[in-house]
Design a protein. Structure first.
Length: 262
């Protein structure tokens, strides 16, 4: 299984260490999590969209992969607008619904905040190969090899879920039990997939143990995970986006530190 398309695999951005991509996403997300205002999130989003063409991802691939984010952001904002903390002029009030200036402002901030945090994370990890990520976690971050290799093995099994689901569906249709009761069929197939996944996981764990993946001692790695100028540059870009967003928010008086006194 791979998360890369053809063009992204050959691009310069795809060769950046996944640990740096993880760090850059974190540097952008942390300050946005600490505040809830429109200015900081919108500023970060604008800067991210300006840099998006350099990620080496086709626009079609970008929209296909990020449509859940574009769907979740307005739905989250709508929830905040209807049920968020009231403040200022109340425009609509019915039962538990109360739309006011305060809730609308929080909704707008939430909308841009979700996009600014989620979009760069999705785009960066479109160009991440699971094996490269495991190499980086084990060699750069020095995480336990047993944990890293187990996570890599599990991640590579995710791609089989879709194939298993299709096989189960075709098998049920061949037996004539897939024409009625869609809800019941959904739960039955989900349970069957769970049982199949547990069995496959047990076999995989046994196979890995037999090959010495759980042996004590220092583990060797087939490929060296490099962390150089490109990786530090990407982290500096993430830090710059966060710093500019925070600076603009503070200068405009929009900074709203959510952990501060109310």
């Amino acid at each position: 299984m791979t998360l890369l398309d053809g063009r992204a695999r050959e691009g310069r951005f795809a060769r950046v260490n996944p640990v740096a991509k993880l760090a850059a996403s974190g540097l952008i997300a942390i300050p946005l999590v600490l505040t809830l205002d429109v200015v900081s999130a919108a500023t970060a989003l604008v800067l991210e969209m300006l840099l998006m063409p350099f990620a080496g991802v086709r626009w079609r691939e970008f929209w296909v992969r990020t449509w859940p984010v574009w769907l979740a952001a307005p739905l989250t904002a709508l929830t905040i607008a209807l049920y968020g903390e009231a403040g200022g002029t109340v425009h609509l009030e019915w039962f538990v619904i109360r739309v006011s200036d305060g809730s609308l402002e929080l909704a707008a901030a939430t909308f841009f905040r979700v996009l600014a945090i989620a979009l760069p994370s999705v785009v960066m990890f479109l160009t991440v190969d699971p094996t490269d990520l495991a190499d980086g976690l084990g060699q750069v971050l020095r995480l336990p090899a047993r944990f890293v290799m187990g996570a890599l093995a599990g991640l590579r099994m995710v791609g089989l879920f879709i194939d298993d689901w299709r096989a189960l569906e075709l098998a049920r249709r061949a037996r004539g039990v897939a024409d009625r009761g869609r809800i019941r069929r959904l739960f039955g197939m989900a349970f069957a997939l769970l049982v199949l996944s547990i069995r496959r996981g047990s076999k995989l764990a046994t196979a890995m143990e037999s090959r010495g993946f759980g042996a004590p001692g220092r583990r060797t790695w087939a490929r060296e995970s490099r962390f150089g100028v490109a990786e530090w540059g990407l982290m500096l870009i993430g830090l710059a986006i966060a710093g500019i967003a925070v600076g603009v928010s503070v200068l405009t008086g929009s900074w709203n530190f959510i952990l501060g006194p109310s």
